[in-house]
Design a protein around this ligand. Structure first.
Ligand code: ADP
Length: 571
């Protein structure tokens, strides 16, 4: 437990000044609240029993001053504390978010989105709740406890020993519940994350759900997940209740003992009434911080589960790191080269098997081959989403691993097969990688991607909002917007992953013609299944089961009765 919190300290340290101030204020307000029962003793012993009017007025005034100042200070402390803890926790969220940006697509493909969201949202919020609610209380409580104990021992040490006699028993009972509680909290978190994942998955796949008439089945799955969350929550609540209430109940027994023994002392004249009243007040108020320290333990356990879930994300290893003295890259002027590249996602899933080829700068290269041959993986390696297990990817002779990541990704623009559109205007979508682009540049890029006329035809033109995840556009329109987005960046190398796969034959023909003029003289890699795109290439690489089976100009390869010829004679 301490290890997890020590690690969290990294986020706290930069805020130590503000925290120290908060602690100081809260310390002061605790000291003031410690004085209150003592004021009651002064009231009884010095004012009431001695019938001293002056003392009475003084004590009353003292009471008001102490209470008001204490109240103001405690509000100030908790407000400040909430503000600092919110800042600290945002730093933690930010760290996770920045780490996620560094992880490979493999991680995102394997991890449920709902689970990640729930860790960043719910778990961090839970840590924040515990931090805001209880950590400040802990400091106050400990100071209050120590102060109360000191005053109680001073008032009557025998009575004090009696009043705490049952504390060890309460602690033993509490411990019995702690481990069970920690497991149950973890279970509850996981089930809540499952609901999130379920919702995200079925909302994204709503078309599939409806077209498969699986609505009722999904409702039942939703119900079952909800049920299992509620079950976990209820058993957690029960344990939490017992772990809080039982020790408290045991401690209450000691209150009765203090009544009896303290009363006896007063009746025998061994203690003043004021001292007993003050003692009782300290004793009763002792229960609150003790109980709240018990509750605090529970809270710290909950927060630890959350902390661990957040740290788990932060500990996901990054596949690709920038080397310490990475070299800059302006543009690719000579070539792109794969040399003996071996890559696998899992131990027994060889995706690329000693792939070697060289694409001279300024040439269009088509990569063809059956689905699953590893074509998209070549693009992923070029952009360094992954690094090869063996072999090297080179740009102008530089190992991609030695280059600045930012430069590499600015130089090579990738248009994914299923491009992602943001919930923003078309213009903003095209200009995503170059937000400062001028409207005429955006239009020129759209014209080049053969999508300008379509955009002009929309009621709001370039200002048309694309719905969340671009659902209001057809796949072909999305693809062309993504091509415009890549062209606007005027990248040195452009990689198009099946750019015409979603187009009708007519649009495909028009885009192919556009691409052939547009890409002339540029370094381009086109992953494709289309003969028309193969024909505009200077170089064709045929990939089969992770191996390069043919390489050459389209004319050469089609002349021979090789893989390419077979592929397209069948098609
Ligand atoms: P292509 O683009 O030629 O259709 P890919 O490069 O997309 O092929 O995929 C090559 C192989 O790698 C396929 O067998 C695919 O199942 C596998 N693959 C792709 N992405 C992942 C991943 N994130 N985890 C595991 N295997 C993957």
């Amino acid at each position: 437990m301490i290890k997890d919190y020590r690690r969290a300290l990294v986020y706290v340290v930069p805020y130590w000044r503000r925290l120290l101030l908060v602690l100081f204020i809260s310390l002061f307000s605790t000291i003031l609240s410690l004085a209150q029962p003592y004021i009651a003793k002064l009231l009884i012993d010095d004012a009431l029993l001695r019938r001293n009017w002056q003392a009475l007025v003084l004590v009353a005034a003292l009471m008001v001053i102490v209470t008001v100042i204490g109240f103001v200070l405690s509000i100030l402390a908790s407000y400040q504390y909430t503000a600092v803890s919110a800042d600290v926790l945002f730093e933690m969220r930010l760290a996770v978010y920045e780490h996620l940006q560094k992880l490979s697509p493999r991680f995102l493909a394997r991890t449920k989105l709902g689970d990640i969201v729930s860790r960043i949202n719910n778990d961090v919020a839970e840590i924040q709740r515990v931090a805001a609610d209880t950590l400040l209380a802990l400091v106050g409580n400990i100071v209050f406890l120590l102060g109360s104990v000191a005053i109680m021992v001073w008032l009557n040490w025998r009575l004090f020993l009696l009043s705490i006699a049952l504390v060890p028993m309460a602690v033993v009972v509490l411990r019995r519940f702690q481990n069970r509680l920690s497991d149950q909290i973890k279970q509850m978190r996981e089930r809540s994350a499952e609901i999130g994942s379920f919702l995200i998955e079925t909302l994204i796949g709503m078309r599939l759900v409806v077209t498969s008439t699986a609505e009722a089945r999904e409702v039942n799955r939703f119900r079952a997940r909800n049920r299992s969350f509620i079950d976990a929550m209820l058993s957690m609540q029960l344990t939490s209740f017992f772990s809080g209430a039982l020790p408290g109940t045991i401690l209450t027994l000691s209150t009765a003992a203090v009544f009896l023994f303290g009363g006896k002392l007063v009746i025998e004249g061994a203690m003043t009434i004021g001292a007993l009243v003050a003692f009782m007040a300290y004793h009763l108020r002792l229960l609150t911080p003790v109980q709240s320290c018990f509750g605090l333990y529970t809270n710290l356990m909950t927060a630890r589960v959350s902390l661990r879930r957040v740290f788990e994300l932060l500990d996901t290893p990054v596949d690709v790191r920038e080397s310490t003295n990475a070299k800059p890259l302006e543009a690719v002027q000579e070539s792109i080269e794969f040399e003996g590249v071996i890559f696998r996602h899992d131990r027994d899933n060889l995706v690329l098997d000693e792939v070697s080829f060289q694409i001279p700068a300024g040439k269009i290269c088509a990569i063809v081959g059956p689905s699953g041959a590893g074509k998209s993986t070549i693009a992923d390696l070029l952009l360094r989403f992954y690094d090869p297990e063996v072999g090297t990817v080179r740009l102008d002779g530089h190992d991609a691993r030695a280059l600045r990541l930012h430069d590499l990704r600015r130089t090579v623009a990738l248009v994914d097969q299923v491009p992602f559109l943001l919930n923003a205007s078309i213009a903003e979508n095209i200009a995503y990688a170059r937000p400062e682009a001028l409207p005429e540049d955006i239009i020129a890029a759209a014209q080049a991607a053969a999508i300008h006329d379509f955009i002009e035809g929309l009621p709001d033109g370039y200002a048309t909002q694309v719905g969340e995840r671009g659902l209001t556009l057809s796949a072909g329109e999305r693809q062309r917007i993504a091509i415009a987005r890549a062209l606007l960046r005027q990248p040195s190398v452009i990689v198009l992953d099946e750019p015409t796969s979603a187009l009708d034959p007519l649009t495909e023909q028009s885009l192919t013609t556009t691409l052939s003029t547009l890409l002339k003289g540029r370094t381009a890699i086109i992953i494709t299944h289309r003969m028309s795109l193969v024909e505009i290439a200077d170089l064709v690489i045929v990939l089969e089961r992770g191996k390069v089976s043919q390489i050459g100009t389209p004319q050469e390869l089609l002349k021979h009765n090789g893989a390419l010829a077979t592929m397209f004679s069948v098609a």
